[in-house]
Design a protein around this ligand. Structure first.
Ligand SMILES: Cc1cc2nc3c(=O)[nH]c(=O)nc-3n(C[C@H](O)[C@H](O)[C@H](O)COP(=O)(O)OP(=O)(O)OC[C@H]3O[C@@H](n4cnc5c(N)ncnc54)[C@H](O)[C@@H]3O)c2cc1C
Length: 301
């Protein structure tokens, strides 16, 4: 084992760090090789500490939430993988909520809906953590309702190790886009703002989104594999290219929704990657449109 890895283990505690942890246990697609080092911070203090330690020791690090939007290479991930389990949520006056980035969308939706705060319904059946949602600016594409609109500030660790707070205008939120996709900052926590609404109104919004999500398959997937190109739908383009149900190894383009790739049980990351490449080639050949991945690749492909 690399000397610098041993130092990280010494500094953070032998009982905290796992080595050669299979990433297939931590991402929704259930594929991917091992992380050299693996750590689960349980609160924002531990998250900041582990990131700052990795920076100081010059160990590459990757922060993940629920792994619902990533494809990890069969060769795994070098350096340290941090799977964020921080989960504190504070309710403040005037509809403000301050939450750790590791809290899951499902928990945050439940907590806010219980207090009749509306806004987070846009993340119903979007598996993930608050950090992953802000990183992706996740939300309800049909309604153009994204998490960025609720964000009032974001606390981050910079790649230098400095902790700072950003305002929404700094975050560059767009369709499946935020500054965090290029800044290298780790999202520690965020302040969101909600408005109050009648329970019946919130329940109606939840029902509407659940209805529309009925055409999406369940199982081991990362949701939409590709972004929708302007004025079009990736799923429709893949379907029209005759690829619904197409299988490579254990990976299959869903018959229910062609933008979803399913691990039928024994898929590898290589199978999924091959299917992605095939979809891109066929759509480009037929329409000239270059599909762009929404999912993020981690490790070497
Ligand atoms: C069945 C299904 C349905 C889906 N439906 C939708 C949908 O309707 N709308 C939608 O927008 N998305 C959808 N998705 C995609 C996915 O749920 C979202 O992108 C979600 O926000 C990912 O969150 P996560 O915590 O799992 O992120 P991860 O997959 O863990 O990470 C995604 C990226 O964010 C980075 N990241 C995560 N946490 C942090 C942090 N704290 N600091 C810095 N970077 C971080 C990671 O490094 C990675 O690059 C769906 C996925 C599935 C499986």
């Amino acid at each position: 084992m690399e000397q610098v890895y041993k130092r990280l283990i010494q500094e953070l505690g032998y009982d905290q760090i796992r080595t050669n942890e299979p990433m297939s246990n931590h991402i929704n697609w259930r594929v991917g090789g091992p992380a050299d080092l693996y750590f689960e911070p349980r609160n924002s203090r531990e998250l900041i500490e582990v990131v700052q330690t990795a920076i100081r020791l010059k160990i590459p690090y990757t922060v993940l939430g629920l792994g619902a939007n990533v494809l990890v290479s069969d060769k795994g991930i070098r350096g340290l993988v941090i799977v964020n389990k921080s989960s504190e949520v504070k309710f403040l006056p005037f509809g403000f909520v301050e939450a750790d980035s590791g809290v899951s969308n499902a928990v945050l939706i439940k907590l806010t809906v219980d207090r009749r705060l509306t806004g987070l319904e846009r993340l119903v059946r979007v598996p993930g953590s608050l950090g992953g949602a802000i990183f992706m600016n996740a939300g309800d594409t049909a309604k153009q309702a994204f998490i960025g609109e609720l964000v009032r500030s974001v606390r981050v660790v910079e790649p230098t190790g400095i902790v700072k707070t950003l305002l929404p205008q700094d975050c560059d939120f767009g369709y499946r886009h935020s500054r965090f996709q290029t800044s290298g900052e780790v999202i520690v926590s965020a302040k969101l703002q909600f408005i109050e609404a009648a329970r019946i109104e919130i329940e109606e919004k939840v029902r509407d989104i659940l209805d529309r999500k009925r055409n999406q398959p369940l199982g081991s997937t990362a949701g939409s594999t590709f972004r929708n190109p302007p004025g079009n739908y990736a799923g429709k383009l893949i379907d029209e290219s005759g690829l619904k149900g197409k299988q490579v190894g254990g990976a299959k383009i869903s018959e229910k929704h062609a933008n979803f790739i399913i691990n039928t049980g024994k898929a590898t990351a290589t199978d999924i990657r091959e299917l992605i490449t095939l979809a891109k080639e066929k759509v480009k050949e037929r329409t000239g449109i270059e599909l762009q991945e929404e999912i993020r690749y981690l490790g070497e492909f």
